[in-house]
Write a protein that binds this ligand. Structure first.
Ligand code: ADP
Ligand code: ZN
Ligand code: MG
Length: 484
């Protein structure tokens, strides 16, 4: 008997992503849809599931769902129908979740991603709308569990892929690309820490060359993309060990334990729910007009991949620069604004990717949250490029511009005296004084010790109190030493 290695197996992964829409109100009632509020303050008889109440569909949630389905290249079902998914859990006060069963709002879409730099199309099986459940808080100190119903009735979209992913890394790449595409739509904050974006992962192994799918396990409870990847890696290895030693995989749901970096059985297929789906009688099916779907299609932004290609074509950006800039839609808009005001596009890109992005990261915010004006940013970069400002002074001014939108570059230069001295006559006299004071060094240089030129430049800079344009000082000193 030959020994099986990991190369003898192919990994197959399909992901189910839940996306919370950031609509003003919940999906079937008028309660505020907000994160982080005092528990059980955003609730009403409808989302608490009290008898006799009736749901009313939030139009804005429907629009977000259609927009998302279109962005994922799905066919949109214009026949809107809801179904009840029945199960009991304390975070679900009605005893059922309103979801979509046989007519998901979107189906048969795809998302194109890059895998090791090569394009790959990941098919989207379906994308449907449903309501979120409440949140259980396990209070160990009190030895009890508490329920917060604020989240109950938050509009959700579940986005399910075909089993097209072939490694934990590919799953990670898909999630990253999906998140970026969703962020561009502006329908959700896509924040995994807040639970606005959540992912369950399905994985199976099969012998290389086999076309039938192997038995899968479903992994839950991962709260970052890194955790999704780690859970899949753990599970890939666990399944390999079982299969390579002649065992069989049990179809089950497993929970990721972040502390132990391992998955553990939660429930097996025998314990799996029969949800007894049936049409929701309180929401009558209806048709969305084609014209309405087309109206929403027109609101779709340029997608990040298309933007990345276009920035390279229109502005001559490198693939690397363009890829970084499109990671934030508002940063890309900002770049384009600047590029229209300046001929120094490469320098602008460098300042965006370098100092500006660093400041944004430190503040954990996007350029749209700050008051920086593109015209001022362009002016700043050009002043540094012309030598009117040192790099360091430029960065200081950038920080002030980020904090206070009423300031201009000119004001700031004047007030702080940060302006670099570029006055030729003044710099020449500073250089001449420096050479006179260090006549011994000048002699050494003339005798061939060229390494000492730097010392003289440093001394001249010091004499100018750090405000001399270093390039000009260097030029003058070199001219005096070698051309005179
Ligand atoms: P379930 O009935 O358990 O919900 P579905 O058929 O609805 O399973 O699929 C859920 C997700 O699991 C989808 O993303 C799908 O692509 C993926 N999936 C289904 N079968 C497999 C398999 N054998 N291996 C890996 N992923 C799978
Ligand atoms: Zn409510
Ligand atoms: Mg399913």
């Amino acid at each position: 008997m030959s020994i099986l290695t990991q190369k003898d197996f192919e990994t197959v992964i399909g992901l189910e992503v839940h996306l919370q829409f950031s609509t003003r109100t919940k999906i079937f009632c008028g309660c505020e849809n907000a994160f982080g509020k005092e528990p059980n303050t955003c609730v009403c008889p409808v989302c608490l599931g009290l008898p006799g109440t009736l749901p009313v569909l939030n139009k804005s949630a429907l629009d977000s769902a259609i927009k998302t389905a279109l962005a994922l290249n799905c066919t949109v079902n214009s026949y809107i129908k809801f179904d009840r998914k029945n199960y009991y859990y304390p975070d679900l006060p009605k005893g059922y979740q309103i979801s979509q069963f046989d007519f998901p709002i979107g189906h048969d879409g795809y998302l194109d991603i890059l895998v090791n730099g090569n394009p790959k199309r990941i098919r989207i099986h379906r994308a449907h709308i449903e309501e979120d459940a409440g949140k259980l808080i396990h209070d160990n100190a009190e030895g009890c569990s508490l329920v917060d119903y604020n989240r109950t009735g938050t509009p959700l979209m579940e986005i399910v892929t075909e089993p097209d992913l072939r490694s934990p890394q590919e799953a990670y790449d898909y999630l990253t690309a999906l998140k970026l595409a969703l962020q561009y739509l502006d329908v959700s904050d896509c924040d995994m820490e807040k639970g606005s974006l959540r992912c369950d992962a399905n994985i199976s192994l099969r012998r290389a060359g086999e076309t039938r799918l192997g038995t899968k396990t479903e992994l839950k409870n991962m709260n970052s993309f890194k955790a999704v990847k780690a859970a899949l890696e753990f599970e890939e290895m666990r399944q390999f060990r079982v299969l390579a030693t002649g065992g069989t995989i049990v179809q089950e749901t497993r929970l990721w334990n972040e502390d132990k970096q391992a998955t553990f059985t939660m429930r097996t297929k025998e314990e799996a729910h029969d949800y007894r789906y049936f049409p929701e009688p309180d929401l009558v099916p209806f048709i969305v007009e084609d014209a309405e779907i087309e109206r929403i299609r027109l609101t779709l932004p340029e997608n990040p991949q298309a933007k990345c290609q276009r920035l390279q074509k229109d502005y001559g950006l490198s693939d690397y620069d363009a890829t970084i800039i499109v990671q934030d839609r508002h940063l890309a808009d900002f770049f384009e604004h600047c590029a229209k005001h300046s001929g120094k596009i490469k320098k602008i890109a460098n300042w965006i990717i370098g100092p500006l992005l660093k400041e944004l990261k430190d503040r954990r915010c996007s350029v749209k949250d700050l008051s920086l004006k593109p015209e001022q940013f362009v002016l700043l970069v050009e002043k540094v490029e012309n030598g009117d400002l040192s790099n360091l002074a430029g960065k200081d001014i950038l920080i002030t511009l980020l904090e206070d939108g009423s300031k201009t570059v000119e004001d700031l230069i004047e007030k702080s005296g940060l302006s670099q001295v570029s006055d030729d006559a003044l710099l020449e006299s500073i250089a001449d004084e420096t050479l006179k004071e260090h006549a011994d060094v000048v002699t050494q240089i003339k005798n061939g010790n060229h390494g000492a030129v730097g010392f003289l430049i440093g001394q001249a800079m010091k004499k100018s109190q750090g405000k001399g344009n270093p390039k000009k000082i260097k030029d003058i000193i070199q001219r005096r030493l070698f051309n005179a």
